[in-house]
Design a protein around this ligand. Sequence first.
Ligand SMILES: [Zn+2]
Length: 480
Amino acid sequence: MTDWPLYFELLSQWLVECDQDHECHQKAEFYPTRLIFVGDSDPNKLRLVEQASLLLALVKGAGQMDYLALSHCWGRPTTDEKKRYCTTPENIRKRRKGFTFEDLPKTFQDAVQVTRKLGKRFLWIDSLCIIQEEEGKSDWKRESKLMEQVFSSAYCTIAATSAVSWKEGFLERKSTIQSVQVQDVSGNRIHVCNNVDNFNDDVEDGNLNKRGWVLQERVLSRRIIHFTKRHTYWECGEGVRCENFTRMATPPGKQYFLLDPKFPDRLTRSGYYRTVQFLQYLFQQYARCGLSLSLDREIAISGLMERMKRVFQTEQKHGVFARYLAGLLLWRRSEESTTGGVFEDQPSWSWMRYTAIEFERVPHDILVADDATLRFSAEEKALVVKFRSFQNCTVEHGTGAVLIAESRIMGTWWFETTLDPKLKQNVVVVGVEVQKRRDLDKTCWVLVTQKSSEDQYRRVGIGKIEARYISEEGHEGRLL
Ligand SMILES: [Zn+2]
């Protein structure tokens, strides 16, 4: 059994400590279009409030207007459940006047409880604050572009990690917490979690983090309370804490960047190659997230991409930043994804095209192709590239693979589609190893392209090969 007063006292303590001692939180200068007011004297009464009335109340000095944001799994609500629980064009007027606690599914009820216990009066939940089931999805289209501000301006994010659907709830935990009592140096008894580092299992590999939309919700949030099956965790710019009083030092690397409350400040200070490595990790994670709709593939991460684009001061298209072009073009389709999960509307050069990809680790000493031979085109889905030919070798079309032979296999290759012997293959150099002295010995990281029957060049794979096998000359063209 959880000792609720003590439990919520601890959560409040985490917030207070962070408010007072850290620089994680900033006073909100943005308010979402709609919020749920949970601070009525009648605990059963809730109300949907619009931004205009919020701002008016703020001017009138209505006290603190902090809001909490819920990050959660939708599960698979039925049409009836959506109609009943979501805000729709039919019920929005009524909801502005007021609705009841019982009108909400368990997960949302728990979020209301947490908001109240933490002394706050406003809560943001996507399915209630964005109009759902609307023809043309106009509200959704407008609101989904505001996710960056919604999560980064929230006082704190509630991550309903253990709830696989709206009906689950996340406050009641079935398993008992395993902890041991030990004495500290002054003889006080303290609890210590005896399975200390479960953050990876509970949060990183948790169900919630497999949902596409959650990646940006997590990265953009300044502070998060993760409600998992086993433990409750606090995450802010200064590190991760477990309810059992264990404190995890901010680990170096990926987590350090993810915890950054001003993401991607820490990343930009880390240098070019660490940034490339982190972006590769981030997109690899994201590519695997279960997004079924092609439209969602770009939108569910658009808030995060916008933020990074602004800070990196570079162009972004289909998940690829101009400034980190080489590293972000060198992906390959994972074995596990070869049986499906193709997003046909994504260009052939974008990692967003497949559900599972792995990036090639780009060494520190490669010289990336310059703007003159590799850049974004003004045309939405095109890259301007220099197509070169294979030379001093022949392309052999084997069973599902291709060999570049000179009586032996040259280079290392990964192909996402089978090559057609009737079509011409070219190479696009994206990076060259600088260490070796002789130019011909240098390893080149390349995209392999194929000119299709519609006279279009498309990427079919990537590879590494010595410069002697690639022609110096080439022609400029569009890769789609
Ligand atoms: Zn903090």
